[in-house]
Design a protein around this ligand. Structure first.
Ligand code: OOG
Ligand code: NI
Length: 453
């Protein structure tokens, strides 16, 4: 340990994710069980793969109702050094929503703690007008943020930093945004109308908070976790989303246990409580691999589309789907050196001991491939930090009892609407990986004393 202090915002992110985890374990005991399964599965891997930081949640997800809510969330998460990256269009599966992910941007901040929040926003333009006005009415009556929280955010933005006591307050007030409430803000009749529009509309608009709907630890063996969930009778999602199991993991593989049916109370017009049910909260695990280049992503998208088309045409079972997926991905190289040579994945380059010895001689210019071939520079894959739209859609739909389709017209993604709602533009994930790779090459150039690489 170098004794270097982490930036304040990175510390806040870590504390915030820990508090969310404690709260969620308390609220959803089955999530605690999933964490034990993951920890047992990872114990079976050799310990060299495990860093202490491995055992922390990697993401959570929330769903918001209005642009105002999203903007305040943006300001809050910025204090945790989390910023909106990437656009996810959920209208492709008939959901009247779109999403982004708030996450750290730089290699240094990601190394400190990569916690991210997949954040979904309702799209009123895709909702039937009668349901829309009901949803808007319900949403206009709630405020997710306490006065105290809003003052603390403002203070943090305009001053050099918060006192330790104010930071504690900020975190606990922030946690309240995501807390579960058993009592809905709407009547059971309105809840049913909202659900008929789409179950997600009811989930977003019927409650006083923006309850966290899942948290997701990272595992090293998602297939084992999936099997263990099934063995223990946990209602696991039928299939793992994303690429197949490989030697060289790429992108993101995900599975979950399905949302639980929970008791909630509705309030009727005469002030009495009516019992009902709501399904929203689940647990998920992820296994992360290398970030891929635009070329790698195009290949991934093509092979996944091919898999889905074949599986649909055959009416494939979940086991058959996995075989088809494996077959399709045989053309995606599965060796790091080949992935690198073909420009399919992103890598972080570092100078080796041999390279350092050579560095004294300096030099004019050198190609990266030569430096790698001489053993002066080595490389490791850059971890994918984002999400996958089709996987996210699969996670969303696995939590619906029926395959409800709410969108009323030919729905399309609307990046401009998302950016207008956020009040800023979104970072492009691939550009961030390009920068990370380029920074590592530049650092090698500097260390090796070369004029150019
Ligand atoms: C989010 C579902 C998507 C992921 O990891 O892709 C997701 C939600 O259900 O709100 O969490
Ligand atoms: Ni998730």
């Amino acid at each position: 340990d170098s004794g270097m202090e982490l930036p304040r915002s990175d510390q806040l992110r870590t504390r915030f994710s820990q508090m969310m985890s404690d709260m969620y374990k308390n609220e959803v005991p089955l999530y605690g069980q999933l964490l034990s399964i993951v920890s047992d599965a990872d114990d079976k891997m050799s310990t060299e793969h495990l860093s202490p930081r491995h055992r922390i949640e990697r993401h959570g997800a929330v769903r918001l109702g209005t642009a105002d809510e999203l903007r305040t969330i943006k300001r809050l998460f910025a204090l945790f050094n989390m910023h909106p990256v990437g656009y996810y269009d959920l209208s492709v599966v008939g959901f009247p929503m779109h999403s982004t992910a708030f996450r750290p941007l730089t290699s240094a901040a990601l190394a400190n703690n990569p916690f991210r929040v997949f954040t979904t926003l309702l799209r009123p333009d895709l909702i039937d007008p009668s349901v829309r006005s009901l949803a808007e009415q319900a949403l206009s009556k709630r405020c997710l943020f306490s006065e105290r929280l809003l003052r603390l955010i403002q203070h943090a933005e305009t001053s050099a930093g918060l006192s330790a006591a104010d930071e504690d307050d900020l975190l606990s007030e922030a946690l309240d945004i995501f807390r579960w409430h058993q009592t809905a803000t709407v009547s059971i009749e309105d809840y049913k109308k909202l659900s008929a529009g789409h179950p997600m509309i009811a989930d977003i608009a019927s409650f006083p908070s923006a309850h966290i709907n899942h948290l997701t630890p990272r595992t090293l063996d998602i297939d084992l976790v999936q099997q263990t969930m099934k063995d223990q009778g946990i209602p696991a999602k039928e299939r793992i989303e994303g690429p197949p199991r490989r030697v060289c993991d790429i992108l993101l593989r995900q599975t979950s246990f399905k949302a639980l049916e929970e008791r909630v109370r509705f309030v009727s017009s005469n002030g009495e409580f009516v019992d009902g049910h709501h399904t929203a909260r689940f647990g998920e695990v992820e296994q992360r691999g290398a970030a891929v280049t635009r070329k790698g992503r195009a290949l991934y998208d093509k092979l996944l589309a091919q898999t889905r088309a074949v599986a649909a045409a055959q009416g494939a079972t979940d086991e058959e789907y996995e075989l088809i997926l494996h077959g399709a991905f045989r053309v995606f190289p599965d060796e790091w050196s080949v992935l690198r040579a073909q420009g399919l994945a992103f890598f972080r380059y570092t100078v080796t001991a041999a390279g350092l010895r050579e560095a004294r001689h300096g030099g004019e210019q050198q190609t990266l491939s030569r430096l790698v071939a001489y053993g002066h520079v080595e490389f490791e894959p850059i971890v994918y930090e984002d999400f996958l739209p089709i996987s996210a859609a699969g996670i969303f739909t696995s939590n619906l009892s029926s395959s409800s389709q709410a969108t009323t017209h030919e729905a399309k993604g609307d990046l401009a609407l998302m950016e207008a709602s956020l009040g800023c533009s979104l970072e492009d994930p691939t550009t961030l990986y390009e920068q990370m790779q380029a920074e590592s090459v530049e650092e090698c150039r500097r260390v090796l004393g070369l004029a150019m690489i």
